[in-house]
Design a protein around this ligand. Structure first.
Ligand code: A3P
Length: 283
């Protein structure tokens, strides 16, 4: 069995898996963005694959959906440089680690937010099932790590706050997982408007159908994973992604005391956050 130190390294105080090499992370600062690059941003387990699938349908085959900018080794920068079509680039990086050139060129970015309690539970399952992460069997151990920002990509709170603080610099569009579940049509309409894509109602309905949880889960079960093609730096195995896809699963895991601790930290950390005020915990 792989140990914690085989799988995790710390870069600028943030835990990364060894699938993001330290050399690559060091070089990201010099990355050259294109003005039409589009970033798909998320804290892990917030609906990244769902958002990426919507993008594929919105753009058909006219774009290249790359693997995350922080995934791989130093050869990654050249690989991205060689792409000549519009690039859609996923990332789980906090704003402060994002290559400067994306900011200078004011690239578009879409950030998907999921309520942190469900995000925590979803990531817990990743820690149990994903061989690229150290195994943590006990929910209570994991819960403390999540609260203290000791999981991959660090603190959920700091991640979202870093993007919110700079939201006007790149004109980032923020989407909510729970709103997408409730009204996918409205979300796809908002995305297409943000990107300036002309699309009619029938086409949107079609995209919503093709990107539903059940459709995506079924197709992941029937496809062969390509290790180089992933939208999440933590796994290339899509079969592992589609677990429940619901809102409110956290209630099966959080004890009353854990919920209180979580709420206390949430209220302290997110006190001034406008984005946090719009997060829904229920269906
Ligand atoms: P659960 O573990 O709660 O089921 P990411 O893509 O960022 O890794 O996020 C994975 C989470 O998004 C998983 O949550 C997964 O089931 C959920 N998900 C993926 N596709 C979805 C879809 N089309 N609709 C709803 N949820 C989806």
């Amino acid at each position: 069995m792989s140990t914690h130190s085989d799988l995790i390294h710390i870069f600028k105080g943030i835990p990364f898996t060894t699938r993001s090499s330290a050399e690559l992370l060091k070089c990201l600062g010099s990355f050259q963005a294109h003005e039409d690059d589009l970033l798909l941003v998320s804290y892990p387990k917030s609906g990244t694959h769902w958002l990426a699938e919507i993008m594929k349908h919105l753009y058909n085959s006219k774009v290249t959906l790359t693997s995350p900018i922080e995934f791989g080794d130093i050869s990654k920068l050249e690989e991205l440089n060689n792409i000549t079509t519009k690039r859609i680039i996923p990332t789980h990086l906090g704003y402060n680690m994002l290559p400067q050139d994306f900011k200078t060129k004011k690239c578009k970015a879409i950030y998907i937010i999921r309520n942190p309690k469900d995000t925590a539970v979803s990531l817990f399952h990743y820690y149990r099932d994903n061989p690229n992460l150290p195994t943590i069997d006990m929910w209570s151990t994991y819960f403390d790590m999540f609260l203290n920002g000791q999981v991959v990509y660090g603190s959920w709170f700091d991640h979202i706050l870093s993007w919110e603080e700079h939201q006007n610099e790149m004109g980032t569009l923020f989407l909510y997982y729970e709103s997408m579940k409730k009204n996918p049509f409205k979300s796809v309409r908002a995305i297409s408007s943000y990107l300036g894509i002309n699309i009619n109602d029938n086409e949107i309905h079609e995209i919503c159908k093709k990107t539903s949880f059940s459709e995506m889960k079924n197709s992941a079960e029937n496809e062969i994973s390509d290790p180089n093609h992933t939208v999440c730096s933590l796994t290339s195995n899509r079969k592992m992604i589609f677990r429940k896809g619901t809102v409110g699963d956290w209630k099966q895991y959080f004890s009353t005391k854990q919920n209180r601790l979580f709420e206390e930290l949430y209220n302290t950390k997110m006190n001034t956050s406008c984005l946090a005020k719009r997060i829904h915990y229920e269906n």
